[in-house]
Design a protein around this ligand. Structure first.
Ligand code: ADP
Ligand code: MG
Ligand code: MG
Length: 910
């Protein structure tokens, strides 16, 4: 039996050539960070050497209930010895110690979600070695206290504030303002104090390996430090915030994280040392030119933590002693973009003038930036148009259709900050994540206002409509997360003095004080904050989005190598139809006629349903015919020259009736006032008589057309006469009639016969020839099974995948989503909500029906008009697995569907 390799080396060493074993393709094995560290080594970039422990090891460790798989610890020990040999240094050495970082890194980037420990290997002896080597006791003691602090927090879960408070107190005693001003002795004392905190806070029974002579002791043995740190990183894969993040971003839970053990380099070794993060292009708007922040004499998280105010990367070259490193960094940016052919996100550290690369990955970006970068890179010849289309995540486009401030409204800017994540939001100020969740759950929009966010704020950030911070740059936690979620965000609003305890904000330079619950508006595309509610407008589809969607259309409509993939819209009124045409819809895939019965028209349909007087019913039908005809005239005129699929009446009739409980209440009130209630009582009796115990499976869809034969007569007449009238006016109406909820071929055959008769009558009446295809809405499993039978009588099939999902699973959607789907998702009974992303079994039913239909006649066409038609993953599957010709979705999903359809086509052609 061959054993699986668990540890992969990267980089070289002072006493070793490069021994890198991994590369960028090994994402699932080494995690993104590990794979790209290896790749950077391969292309000759300066990377501190180290090794990566595989994701699989984490999975096995977690699955075994936090216990090490056989042989793993030996392999890690061997790799550690090898690293020591490569560096010519040993962990814990009293003269010249090796220090390492222990870094998490999953196959998909989860920024800030998991743990990292820096400066590992320090103890009372090796700190002396560090002093001897650097001649810098301040640096050495500072590194040591940082290590204890980080190790305690990350590995043992000790509250970080305990340490921060101790530092603050020490500053007070020493009479200094910043940590940097603390003396060597202060720092050494802090180390002792930190160890005491550690000893006090750790539960001895949970960590027997930390007990020395009966008391808990900070681990001095670097090997023990290392093992505990690796275990903590493995454990962080399952911490709450990581789980929430994965759920939101649909990252599977069973991938595990890799662990990177890497030689430390120091950005905190004085004024010619620095640390920073950068993007090779602007992640907010995509503009060319590097973008990022750095801090001189700082380590690791200092930049993203927003603790100190960072400098823009463009100033790096102006710092004395950093000029060369800045030039080198510029060169590296170019190499990385050329190599990855994508915008890269980079973490680097400069140690005494020498540049070290610590991380790179394809940078997260806003939808606007994704478009801009894709277009620029096509122009620069870096990527092809097809690649550009595969780079842009369709679901991100939604961001561009986000509301913006109505520029015609005069706005008084209250404060300015950084435009960290585009889109505008209006909501109540809240100061904590819990409050954001509470306000959101109460159905009101919230703007989360914070000094800076941290990973524990994730829940609140998800719940908030918008995020505002007074600190941190465009690469701060708030900015990165908000961009990822598509939530509007303004960062670094420096004039906001936030008091989260008193729940108020003092706006500097004004006497304005904002309180919890006050409404503000933010525009994350412009970086502005306004008091009160600013009117919002939807943006138009122009510029870069238009360009990219134009490319997408070329791909998806190209029939030279197979079928095209079309995008239609679900629209019930001319306004939606017009909007959808602007968004690029080709036709209407679903026009629901029952939406046309709402409002004041409810009365008419009610009198039809509830009366047994033939005259009253006839009058109601006549009225309905009149209003429906006008509706169809308006719609068909808007859609002239384009298909419009009109579905005959579908929902259970009681949806048009009064709620019997409300009616009963009204009767009781009237009776109490001594009023006559005999009419109301009769009404209630009739409504009660219509009640069904399971309306979802009851009298609805084509069943209505069979039971109330006058209804389809009226509806088809309205459609046909609207078309006839428009034809006479010179328009090109193209209605198609769709019969819903068919499960038995005969249902379709009879309803079709009625429709054809009516169409012929109307043709004779107006003296025009009408060509109205008649098709079936396939949304029941039985219909899929007999699809060949039905196909002999149908011109098209359109799949109603909402009902098909309900009936395939036997789930009622509303009940499922409210009552048990959350548990199913949480317990992983289901991997995804089948009402959001089409279920594989449902997909098989669709495929079966398409195959059967096509076998009967190659003339038929096939579409999907359930909500899945607007889900990017489902759109790809419908084309590539089931073979449909179009999807139909709501107007705002049309741009996304055009891009997803192009990607489906590209994937099919690979
Ligand atoms: P995250 O995934 O949260 O970004 P990282 O593993 O990248 O966590 O670590 C965070 C930061 O710690 C890095 O950006 C870097 O500044 C610092 N760091 C990590 N490893 C090293 C190292 N070997 N030398 C110096 N700094 C390091
Ligand atoms: Mg990082
Ligand atoms: Mg349906």
């Amino acid at each position: 039996m061959t054993t699986m390799q668990r540890v992969y080396k990267f980089g070289g060493g002072v006493a070793s050539p490069d021994v890198t074993e991994g590369d960028a393709s090994m994402n699932y094995i080494l995690g993104g960070k590990g794979a790209n560290l290896a790749e950077m080594c391969r292309i000759g970039l300066p990377v501190p050497p180290g090794f990566t422990i595989t994701c699989q090891t984490c999975v096995e460790y977690d699955e075994a209930g936090n216990s090490w798989p056989d042989g793993a610890l030996d392999e890690i020990e061997a790799a550690t010895c090898d690293l020591e040999a490569r560096m010519g240094k040993r962990l814990g050495d009293a003269e010249d110690p090796l220090l390492v970082s222990v870094r998490s890194g999953a196959p998909f980037s989860m920024p800030g979600m998991m743990d990292t420990v820096l400066n590992l290997g320090l103890n009372d002896e090796s700190v002396m070695g560090l002093i001897a080597q650097t001649d810098n006791p301040h640096f050495a003691w500072d590194s040591y206290r940082r290590f204890i602090q980080m190790f305690s927090n990350v590995v043992l879960g000790i509250d970080a504030d305990l340490f921060e408070n101790a530092i603050a107190q020490r500053r007070l005693i020493a009479g200094v303002r910043t940590d940097a001003e603390l003396s060597d002795e202060d720092l050494r004392d802090l180390v002792d104090e930190f160890k005491a905190i550690f000893a006090r806070e750790v539960d001895a029974s949970a960590y027997p390996e930390l007990v020395v002579d009966g008391t808990v002791t900070f681990p001095a043995d670097p090997r023990l430090q290392l093992r505990l740190a690796i275990q903590a990183v493995f454990g962080s894969w399952m911490n709450e915030r990581a789980c929430i993040y994965r759920q939101r971003n649909r990252i599977p839970d069973d991938l595990g994280t890799a662990v990177n053990v890497q030689v430390m380099v120091f950005g905190n070794k004085g004024e010619t040392s620095a640390t920073g993060v950068a993007f090779t292009r602007d992640p907010a708007c995509g503009a060319r030119g590097t973008y990022g922040d750095f801090l001189v004499n700082a380590q690791g998280e200092d930049v993203v933590a927003g603790i100190r105010n960072t400098e823009p990367i463009s100033d790096l070259a102006n710092v004395p002693g950093l000029e060369e490193a800045a030039a080198e960094l510029d060169r590296v940016f170019g190499i990385l973009e050329g190599h990855y052919r994508d915008m890269c996100d980079i973490e680097f550290t400069i140690e005494q003038g020498k540049l070290w690369m610590l991380q790179t990955r394809a940078g997260k970006r806003t939808a606007a930036a994704a478009l801009r970068i894709a277009i620029d890179m096509v122009e620069e010849g870096l990527i092809s148009r097809d690649e550009a289309l595969m780079r842009i995540d369709p679901s991100q486009l939604d961001q561009l259709l986000h509301p913006q401030f109505d520029t015609s409204a005069a706005v008084d800017v209250l404060a300015r900050g950084l435009n960290a994540s585009p889109g505008a939001a209006v909501g109540e100020i809240v100061f904590s994540s819990d409050d954001a969740v509470a306000v959101h759950e109460a159905g009101r929009p919230a703007i989360l206002v914070r000094w800076e966010t941290n990973p524990d704020d994730l829940k609140g950030m998800v719940a908030a409509e918008g995020i505002l911070t007074s600190h941190g740059g465009k690469t701060s936690h708030a900015a990165v997360i908000a961009r990822g979620m598509g939530t509007p965000c303004v960062c670094g609003v420096e004039s906001f003095r936030i008091d989260a305890v008193a729940k108020e904000v003092h706006v500097l330079g004004t006497d304005i004080v904002l309180h919890e619950g006050d409404v503000i508006s933010i525009d994350g595309g412009q970086g502005i904050v306004v008091a009160g509610a600013v009117p919002l407008v939807k943006p138009e589809l122009t510029g870069d989005l238009d360009t990219v969607l134009g490319w997408a259309d070329e791909v998806r409509l190209d029939e030279s190598a197979g079928r095209g993939y079309h995008v239609r819209v679900n629209a019930d009124n001319p306004e939606d139809a017009e909007l959808a045409l602007e968004f690029g819809a080709e036709a209407i895939g679903l026009c629901r006629t029952e939406h046309m019965f709402l409002g004041d028209r409810k009365q008419i349909i009610q009198s039809f349903i509830l009366s047994d007087d033939a005259d009253v019913r006839a009058k109601a039908l006549e009225d309905l015919l009149a209003v429906q005809t006008e509706d169809f005239v308006a719609m068909l005129r808007t859609m002239t020259g384009r298909a419009m699929v009109i579905r005959l009446i579908d929902p259970p009739l009681h949806e048009f009736l009064d709620d019997p409980r409300e009616l009963a209440g009204e009767i009781a009130r009237k009776e109490a006032l001594g009023q006559d209630v005999s009419d109301a009582r009769e009404r209630l009796r009739l409504i009660d008589g219509m009640m069904e115990s399971n309306p979802m499976l009851g009298l609805r869809g084509v069943r209505l057309s069979i039971v109330y034969a006058d209804l389809p007569l009226m509806q088809v007449r309205a459609v046909a006469s609207a078309a006839a009238r428009l034809k006479l006016e010179g328009f090109d109406p193209r209605p198609e009639i769709m019969i819903p909820l068919v499960s038995i071929t005969e249902e379709h055959v009879q309803t079709r016969a009625v429709a054809e008769r009516v169409i012929a009558e109307v043709e004779a009446e107006y003296g025009v020839k009408l060509d109205i295809p008649i098709g079936t809405m396939i949304e029941l499993p039985r219909a899929c099974l007999v699809a060949d039978e039905i196909a002999a009588h149908a011109d098209f099939f359109c799949f109603g995948t909402n009902d098909l999902t309900q009936t395939t699973f036997g789930f009622s959607r509303d009940d499922a989503e409210a009552k048990f789907l959350p548990a199913y998702l949480h317990e992983k009974v289901l991997a995804a909500n089948p009402f959001e992303t089409v279920d594989p079994a449902v997909l098989q039913l669709v495929k079966m029906a398409v195959d059967k239909g096509r076998a009967v006649t190659s003339e038929m066409h096939f579409g999907v008009c359930g909500e899945h038609g607007g889900d990017p993953t489902s759109i790809v599957d419908f084309f590539n697995t089931a073979g449909v010709d179009y999807v139909s979705c709501s107007p705002y999903r049309v741009p996304l569907a055009r891009l997803a359809a192009a990607r489906a086509k590209l994937i099919s052609e690979r």
